[in-house]
Design a protein around this ligand. Structure first.
Ligand SMILES: *Cc1c(COP(=O)(O)O)cnc(C)c1O
Length: 364
């Protein structure tokens, strides 16, 4: 059985170092907002090329905190791709803002840059590009629009740790970025975790306050804040794994290159990659008109695949108010996409087997 993602195998590689760092935390007697968090924030900011990193409890909170720290709320609109994971959209609506959905570009699966401007109104406050599947959004046009209409750019970088656009890393491509360290992400901890990166000192300190009950010093509350903090143990784990992130991403690139070179079945559409948007292959997503049949066939052959995502956010029960809206490209992609096994620990013979089985498929 070829697993879609083998987290045990991923984390085993760091076990001695993780164990010793975690033991150090246990023995320190200090478990929330301490030295490990400070150290990881410093290292993660440096990795992204950003001035500040403020960690928090998860990726959804990272995005929620950014929007809250900007003070955006009821009546404010934020532009976001229609085919993202629901968290991007929840972060907007949980702040009382209105998500304004835009169709994706079929070439990159990222937001269609040509469709953004017509969605901008007098109430638009921000654009939230999502670096979907690990491929950075081509930011040039978005930066131009943000300048022209005085909008903030809030990156959803939850799937793209280490990806870059024209040599600039995600986390430093807009005004602020939200990352997730959910175990399955390219940089994942052993539980939940998240982080905001930004060059904006005021925003960073506002988020530091908001993540900790709105408190600027103990028992002194200047805002109605959240409880959204990263544990010392998770920060220690992340600091160990951050050092290997580039190496891990490189390994993903090798697997992706192998898939792209060797999968030859004409019934399948393979993902494209561009030099300027260095892809980190959080997911390797192919498309197929008979996606469900293909997934069943692969399962019979012992290959586990997943669908990212089977139902678009505007078709979810949670967003009934959007049920009447139509995003045909997004809806079609949701019917066709299939994610192949992809991680830094897939062996060559496993990838070879996936290729062979796909090339044998006669389902077209
Ligand atoms: C995973 C993910 C999130 C949310 O991260 P959590 O840590 O699970 O809250 C947000 N946006 C995208 C695109 C994601 O893939």
């Amino acid at each position: 059985m070829i697993r879609f993602l083998n987290l045990k195998k991923i984390n085993e590689r760091y076990e001695p170092e993780i164990t010793s760092r975690v033991n150090k935390v246990i023995k320190s007697g200090w478990y929330v907002l301490g030295e490990e968090v400070e150290n990881f924030e410093k290292n993660f900011a440096a990795y992204c090329g950003a001035k500040f990193a403020v960690s928090c409890a998860n990726g959804l909170d990272a995005l929620r905190l950014i929007i809250a720290a900007y003070g955006f709320g009821c009546g404010d609109e934020i532009i976001v791709p229609a085919n993202t994971y629901i968290a991007s959209i929840l972060a907007i609506s949980q702040n009382g803002c209105t998500p304004v959905l835009v169709e994706p570009d079929e070439r990159t699966y990222n937001i269609d840059l040509e469709l953004i401007e017509r969605k901008i109104t007098g109430r638009t406050k921000a654009i939230m590009p999502v670096h979907l599947y690990g491929q950075a959004v081509e930011m040039k046009k978005i930066c131009g629009l943000a300048k022209k209409y005085n909008l903030k750019i809030i990156e959803d970088a939850a799937q793209a740790h280490g990806a870059s656009y024209n040599g600039v890393k995600t986390g430093h491509l807009g005004d602020a970025a939200g990352f997730s360290f959910y175990p399955g992400k390219n940089l994942g901890c052993l539980g939940d975790g998240g982080c905001v990166t930004t060059d904006d000192e005021q925003l960073a300190s506002r988020i530091r306050v908001l993540r900790n009950y709105g408190s600027d010093r103990k028992y002194h509350h200047i805002a109605k804040g959240f409880n959204s903090r990263l544990d010392e143990i998770q920060a220690a784990v992340l600091d160990v794994k951050l050092k290997k992130l580039d190496e891990d991403n490189q390994r993903r690139r090798q697997i992706a290159a192998f898939y792209r070179k060797n999968i030859k079945n004409p019934a399948l559409i393979l993902p494209e990659t561009y030099e300027e948007t260095a892809h980190v292959w959080h997911l390797f997503v192919i498309r197929c008109q008979k996606r469900d049949e293909l997934q069943k066939y692969l399962k019979e052959k012992g290959i586990e695949t997943l669908i990212h995502y089977p139902v678009p956010p505007h078709k979810q029960l949670a967003y009934q108010e959007m049920a009447g809206e139509s995003f045909p490209i997004s809806e079609r992609l949701h019917r066709e996409v299939l994610s192949l096994p992809m991680s830094q620990v897939i062996e060559e013979d496993e990838a070879g087997y996936v290729v062979e089985v796909l090339n044998d498929w006669g389902g077209c």
